[in-house]
Design a protein around this ligand. Structure first.
Ligand code: SAH
Length: 330
């Protein structure tokens, strides 16, 4: 605004229009002089992406397939649950981590998203809400590995959590990582206001190396060390995610080993029944196997949450919508 020869309070007006007023264009910012609106529209692009597909499930879950300016595609999701309006956003086009059961990484990674592209997902999803509802939670659990794109993610979360931005408390923002120890250390140095979730999926390195190939270079011990450090520095209870795959990591022995691994930690174990991906050989465990797994963790004294499956019919699992898009185009 200063560059445009305008008083600085106009910047606050633009912020309000973007993040609270849900302005769809510069022209919609009606308390700015017409000339200023025109000058803004000439110098800046409000939207660099377009919504390529929009799916809505019966349970209210909405998923967007977003096409970036260079043609890349990413996914993001809005989940409504009671008073909660949570969004799940992506940080990369594709993913380089190669988790064998996940659709996002099947074709590797194309590139990191920019800060603007990350913020745009939040705004696109916010615009789906009725005027009297606001976003309450963010999980960075979409496509990509957030800690591999930390430098662009953190400024986007800054906008999300600032009063002038979306005003979502940092305590309601969760970053999910496959577990990259050096980047976890960098996160501690830069910001410990957010919740951290670590995707474990296996209780020992042998199995984890097979499910999460990047583990070869990391190892569970180093990951848990950094996770403990995050807890010490932030005081925020960590979440450990465990995708339950039938006959792969759902045995009672795995549950006992997981309980032993996390013993003594102030942690929440989030067990996620596998959401099947077309073309991959993994299956969702039976409810009996899931129940047995849960009972073992609980009787060992762990805090356990079983994630309910939402939005299944709209391919809401990571990277699935993009793949159906790819298949349709081929
Ligand atoms: N790269 C980050 C964020 C990815 S997605 C991470 O690894 O944490 C968030 C969670 O969904 C991860 O735990 C991931 O392993 C899990 N996930 C991926 N594909 C899934 C599927 N088909 N069904 C259930 N969970 C899945």
């Amino acid at each position: 605004m200063r560059d445009q020869g305008q008083p600085e309070f106009r910047a606050d007006q633009v912020f309000r229009w973007l993040y609270q007023g849900r302005a769809a264009s510069c022209d919609a910012m009606s308390d700015l002089p017409k000339k200023v609106r025109a000058a803004l529209a000439e110098s800046f692009t409000l939207w660099t992406t377009r919504v390529a597909k929009q799916h809505r499930a019966d349970d209210g879950t909405q998923k967007l397939l977003i096409e970036l300016a260079d043609g890349g595609q990413i996914e993001c999701v809005l989940l409504a649950d009671g008073d909660r309006r949570s969004i799940c956003i992506s940080t990369q086009v594709g993913c380089a981590m190669g988790c064998v059961f996940c659709a996002s990484g099947l074709d590797g990674v194309d590139r990191n998203l920019t800060t603007g592209e990350i913020v745009e997902q939040m705004l696109r999803l916010q615009h789906l809400l009725p005027a009297d509802e606001r976003l309450s939670h963010i999980v960075v659990m979409g496509m990509g590995e957030p800690l591999a794109n930390l430098d662009r993610l953190l400024p986007a979360l800054e906008v999300a959590s600032s009063e002038k931005g979306l005003g979502i408390s940092a305590r309601r923002i969760t970053i999910s990582t496959v577990g990259l120890p050096p980047a976890m250390r960098r996160l501690v140095e830069r910001n410990t206001r957010y919740n951290l979730a670590v995707s474990l999926h296996a209780p020992h390195d042998d199995l984890r190396n097979r499910l999460v190939p990047v583990n070869h270079r990391m190892g569970l011990k180093a990951i848990l060390n950094e996770a403990d450090n995050y807890f010490t520095q932030s005081g925020r209870r960590l979440t450990y995610e465990y995708v339950l795959l039938a006959d792969v990591n759902d045995s009672p022995e795995c549950a006992r080993q997981l309980a032993a691994l996390l013993h003594g930690r102030n942690a929440l174990v989030n067990v996620i029944p596998y959401n099947p991906v077309a073309g991959l050989p993994y299956r969702t465990p039976s409810s009996a196997a899931s129940r047995r797994f849960r009972e073992i963790l609980e009787s060992a004294g762990l805090n356990v949450k079983f994630r309910r499956r939402k939005g299944q019919k709209i391919n809401a699992a990571c990277g699935q919508l993009r793949r159906t898009g790819v298949e349709m185009e081929e």
